[in-house]
Write a new protein. Structure first.
Length: 271
């Protein structure tokens, strides 16, 4: 049995990006995270900046010569066996968000308990802030989650899975709940009512939009406990203080264990 620490974080693609990413890299370098999944990394140069600021992460993955596909970046202290990017279908209202080529980054990371599938994703935003079944963006979410479910189904069933990122859906949204149930995923922050988007005057009570979801495999269990991090200002280059993003991060401690073949345990809810 081993524990593996993972972070998922929407790094915010606008507003003093480079100083914030330098500060983020410094935080990551000091941290004990084994795997870091980032969203909204707009340019390859930004991904390179973070990588240089956090050299202890000797393994990294993103695709795209100039713009990282989906804005998704994976940093790891463990070897990355394979990685692929799968783009979501274009659905719903036309919007500038299409330029981000949103999708899912599907990687297999080596651990002392065998390979682990790590899925990093960023779904389209709901510009109406209405997650009801009849909303126009709910159709977008259904299409993207359906595509993501297909990517999870393509994985080797012997692999335990952790799917993380900015889902742009509250955990109480029926669309997300249905996806979790259909894909056999457990929410590491189930029951937590705290937001993962920083409250503002325009949006004083945002929901949790960033999630850590896990699924065990036959003979190999994965469970998780998680907490919200990066809620406070940090020192930025130049001596000022600032927030790392408009999102908080979600830190998860994953417990990976092997069990006799055919005797896999049910995943435990997150604490």
């Amino acid at each position: 049995m081993i524990e593996l620490r993972l972070l998922t974080f929407n790094a915010l693609m606008r507003g003093g990006v480079r100083p914030r990413l330098r500060a983020l890299g410094a935080v990551l370098e000091r941290s004990g995270y084994d795997v870091v999944c980032l969203q909204e990394v707009a340019f390859r140069s930004h991904a390179d900046l973070i990588r240089r600021a956090a050299p202890r992460y000797g393994h990294h993955a993103w695709s795209g010569a100039v713009l990282p596909a989906g804005g998704l970046v994976l940093l790891s202290r463990r070897p990355i066996r394979t990685v692929r990017f799968s783009r979501y279908p274009r659905t719903g209202p036309a919007r500038a968000e299409y330029l981000m080529r949103k999708g899912a980054q599907v990687a297999v990371v080596e651990t002392a308990e065998g390979p682990l599938a790590v899925v990093n994703t960023h779904l389209s935003a709901n510009r109406d802030g209405d997650w009801s079944a009849a909303n126009r963006y709910t159709r977008v979410a259904r299409a993207e989650l359906g595509h993501l479910a297909g990517e999870l189904a393509r994985l080797d069933p012997a692999l335990p899975v952790v799917a993380v990122g900015d889902f742009n859906l509250p955990r109480t949204a029926g669309t997300l709940a249905g996806f979790r149930a259909a894909a056999g995923l457990t929410d590491a922050l189930a029951g937590d009512t705290g937001p993962t988007y920083r409250p503002t005057l325009r949006w004083p009570n945002p929901p949790a939009l960033d999630h850590v979801l896990v699924r065990s495999a036959p003979g190999r269990t994965v469970s998780a406990r998680a907490r919200i991090v990066f809620q406070d200002p940090v020192p930025l280059p130049g001596g000022r203080q600032g927030f790392l993003s408009d999102h908080y991060g979600v830190e998860a401690v994953l417990t990976l264990a092997s069990s006799p073949a055919g005797m896999a345990e049910e995943p435990r809810p997150g604490l």
